[in-house]
Design a binder for this molecule. Structure first.
Ligand SMILES: Cc1cc2nc3c(=O)[nH]c(=O)nc-3n(C[C@H](O)[C@H](O)[C@H](O)COP(=O)(O)OP(=O)(O)OC[C@H]3O[C@@H](n4cnc5c(N)ncnc54)[C@H](O)[C@@H]3O)c2cc1C
Length: 476
């Protein structure tokens, strides 16, 4: 990249431009171990200003990295050195709520929690609830197709976006999707943008789909045995009728112990835990639903009574606080995000344990059991060769079991080298077609999601693949 004077940038956009090192520093990293040094941070004034910024970046050949709250976990929002960060956190207006249509129009910088607060008086909510929901933005959710515990019932962000507006890497403004609930207009181009990690366009407005708020949500905590077959639990709960289950979460013994320390009341101190949420349209249905969940668990050999949280949010707040404590205890680590079909869950967990044993590192395991989705945390420096080996072993294990290398966090920089193994040659080439049309100069978030110029598919260099070198870890 050539050195471009910031005055040319300042002349080109109307929004604020920061170049002071102190102002740039917070934008050089996300919640992964990666970092970069941006040349500037621009907060565009409006969508036309984004167009002006993209035109400038094309002219000057400077990368642009869209950013919400910067909480991504695989380097998705980490700038390459010399990039301009496009700070959309100020675009935080809830523009319209239409409870009758079950939709809302929002700026990409709206924080999930602020959106929920704006929706509550209307008796509706936006279901995706990542652990980062108090700070992460809707634009970031779209960028990574984020989800959280309640995706057991509601699915990921992808299922809750009806339309969006974006400025492509060409500088064109484009609209994807509409406000209507049902469309049959060929393949869904809107979904091309969801999960695209800011590599195809900069999202300037999102129309989200909403759900009616259930009248009652309670949390249940069941102690498990070390020998519990997790796959059987997940499959039994997935198929259990009339339970109103909306979340089925797992914590291994080490992770559960941290939760236990935060809870003063009676608590199983030395057992893995199953945390579930049960929704009811009428609070009087709750005991019946609870009993159905317990009966389903008895049928797979779990006979202990649950601890009941009359308000599910109380349980999730406790879980969130213990998650922070757990983060502090673990320190630097590999924090993975893989999923497998429910029938292969026990094999995957066994493989995690083998990897930890072989490499001589501590493992803390938790995740969204009901969806076969796990976050194994290996306490090892992610920048070391051991870290690379562990990541490779985990991703290869998930793929070998018919699963995915990213259940919800995205590809970012850390997994770009593994993408072909999951989507195949055709998948990679289709992604490349989209890139060439939407961002021909490859200025949008280079090094993320898209493999490098020299990438080979099916053992041969692909005529479809071109672009700046990506920094992903090579497959192990
Ligand atoms: C403690 C913690 C818990 C987490 N829990 C979960 C979880 O349960 N589930 C889950 O899925 N994730 C989770 N995450 C990951 C992360 O919070 C989510 O991916 C979140 O959606 C990112 O939002 P953000 O605003 O921070 O986005 P950023 O990190 O700023 O950006 C994420 C990606 O989206 C792109 N992007 C952002 N805004 C735009 C835009 N306007 N236009 C185009 N592209 C854009 C960025 O370029 C980047 O590629 C967690 C992270 C932390 C730190």
């Amino acid at each position: 990249m050539t050195s471009v004077p910031s005055s040319s940038l300042e002349r080109s956009v109307r929004g604020s431009v920061r170049t002071d090192p102190g102002g740039l520093a917070p934008f050089g990293h996300d919640q992964s171990h990666l970092s970069g040094t941006p040349r500037a941070v621009v907060a565009p004034a409006d969508a036309d200003d984004v167009v002006a910024l993209v035109r400038w970046a094309r002219r000057e050949r400077v990368p642009l990295v869209a950013r919400g709250a910067g909480t991504s976990l695989d380097g998705e929002s980490v700038p390459t050195d010399g990039a301009v960060v496009v700070d959309l956190s100020g675009w935080n207006a809830v523009l319209e709520v239409d409870p009758g249509e079950l939709s809302a129009r929002v700026g990409p910088g709206v924080v999930n929690r602020d959106l929920q607060n704006a929706l509550r008086p209307h008796g509706v909510f936006f279901p995706p609830n990542p652990g980062s929901w108090t700070v992460a933005t809707i634009g970031g959710h779209v960028g990574t197709n984020a989800s959280g515990p309640r995706s057991f019932r509601y699915g990921p962000t992808r299922a809750w976006v009806r339309g969006l507006e974006a400025v492509l890497g060409t500088g064109e403004r484009a609209r994807f999707g509409t406000r209507v609930a049902k469309r049959s207009v060929g393949p869904d181009l809107l979904q091309l943008l969801v999960g695209s990690e800011g590599t195809l366009g900069i999202v300037t407005e999102v129309t989200v789909r909403l759900a009616p708020m259930p009248a009652h949500r309670e949390g249940l905590v069941y102690p498990l045995e070390e020998t519990t077959k997790l796959g059987a639990v997940a499959r039994r709960l997935r198929g259990a009728p009339g339970t109103g289950l909306s979340a089925v979460e797992y914590l291994d013994r080490g992770s559960a112990a941290v939760l236990a320390q935060r809870r003063n009341a009676e608590w199983p101190a030395d057992a893995p835990l199953l945390l579930v949420e049960v929704e009811s349209d009428d609070p009087r249905e709750a005991p019946t639903r609870r009993e159905r969940v317990s009966a389903a668990l008895r049928s797979v050999g779990l006979h202990r009574a649950p601890i009941v949280f009359g308000d599910a949010d109380e349980l999730w707040t406790l879980r969130g606080a213990s998650g922070v404590a757990l983060d502090e205890r673990m320190g630097r680590r590999i924090r993975e995000d893989v999923a497998v079909p429910l029938g292969r869950v026990d094999e995957l967990v066994h493989r995690f344990e083998e990897i930890a044993r072989d490499q001589g590192v501590a493992l803390y395991l938790y995740g969204h059991l009901g969806e076969g989705s796990f976050h194994p945390n290996f306490v090892v420096d992610p920048t070391t060769a051991a870290g690379d080996r562990i990541r490779a072993a985990v991703l290869n294990a998930a793929l070998a079991l018919g699963g995915t290398i990213s259940s919800e966090h995205g590809i970012g920089r850390t997994k770009v080298g593994y993408l072909e193994r999951e989507v195949g040659r055709v998948g990679l080439e289709l992604l490349e077609v989209a890139k060439r049309r939407c961002d021909p100069d490859r200025i949008l978030n280079p090094g993320k999601l898209y493999p490098s110029r020299s990438h080979r598919v099916g053992g041969r260099p692909s005529p479809w693949l071109s672009g700046p070198a990506a920094e992903g870890t090579p497959p192990g």
